[in-house]
Design a protein. Sequence first.
Length: 366
Amino acid sequence: MSRIRSIHPRIFTDEHYASLSIYARELLKGLWCEAWDDGVVEWRPMRLKMRIFPLDTVDVEALLAELVREKFIMHLDAGGKEFAVIRNFRKWQKPKKPMASGVLPDHLLAYIGLKPGESAGKVYGVDQPAPPAPGDDEDHDEVGAPPVDAPPVENRFRTGGEIPRQKGGREEGRKVEGSLRSPPPRESATGTPAAPVGEGSSSNQPEDGDFQAFWAAYPTEARTAPDYARRAYAKARQLGATPAAILSALAREAARCGARGMLAPAAWLKGGSWRMAADEPPRAAAPVASDARLAGFGIEDHMALGQWREARANAWRTRSAAHNAMPEDERRLALWDKIEGYRPLVARFLLAHEPAGTEQGESLPV
C-alpha cells in the first residue's frame, strides 16, 4: 500500500543523488512511497515496475542494482524473502504512528537513520495480511500488513458522498435555489417568465401581470436574464416603486437612449432609473446637425477639432498647465503642430474652412 512521503528540497542539488540515472532517481522516490515506516520494501521488481513505472519501458531489476551500487539501498534476505532497506529513511521521514515490517534486524536500525533507543514502529504479524481494498485485485501478502480484525481507520479526506448531511437546506424546509434537480423556469403563453412555483403573493411580491406588462414594454433588443429581472422588479416594488412609475420611467429612458442603448432589465431596475419623476413627459433625443464637411471624421478627429476650437476661443489655452505657461504664439504653434502631426484630416479641414490660427492663416483675426 503506497503512502504519502516528504521530499526535502535539497535532495535535488545533492551530488550523490544527481549522479544517479533519471529513472533511478524516480525509482528511489517511488520506493519511499512503497516502503513501510521502517524503510523496508519487498524486492519485487515486477510489482514495483507496475506501481512506479506503469507506462515506461524500464528494467527495474537493473535500477535496483544501481541503487545498491550507489549505496542508497541494501539487499536483505529474511524469512525466505528478499527485501530492500532504504538508507537514512527515518532521518527524513517522520511518521506519527509508524508501522514496521517486522523483518528489519536491530543492527540495521542505525542504517535507516534511527537513534539508539528509538523504535522502528509497531510490528504487525507476518501471517496476518491486510484485508483487500475495494476494487483492488492484487494479492495482499506484503510483510507487516495490519490484522484482519484491526479497527478501520477514519478517512480524513472523505468525498462529498461520505460527508454527513448538514442541518438546514431542504431538510429544514429552507428553499434552496439553483439545485440540479430543480425544474426549469416556466414561461407563460406570451413568452414572459412565469412566477416560481410555490411563491405566495404578498404586498412585497409583484403581481404577475405587473411584471409581464413591464417585460412587454421593455425593448426587445435589451431583454435578457428574465429571472434576474423578476427579482429586481420585486426589489424595486419593495422600495416603493409603483407599476405606473416604472413604466413611465421606462418609456422616457427608451425614448432618450433608444433600444440599443438600454441596459439589461435587471441592471436598469437596480440602477434606480424608476425614481425619476413619473409625470415628466418623455423627451426625444435632440437631433444632431450633420455637417457634410466632417465626412470621414472619427471620434478622435471630432475631439481634436473641439479642442482646437475651444483653445482658439480661450487664447490658445488648454487644460495642460505646462502648455498654458508658454507664450500665446507658442501655445498656438504647439497645438497646431500636434493636430497637423496626429490628425491630418482635421488639419486639412481647418486649412480649408477655418484657417484662422493655422500656419497659413496665422495673421487672420481669431
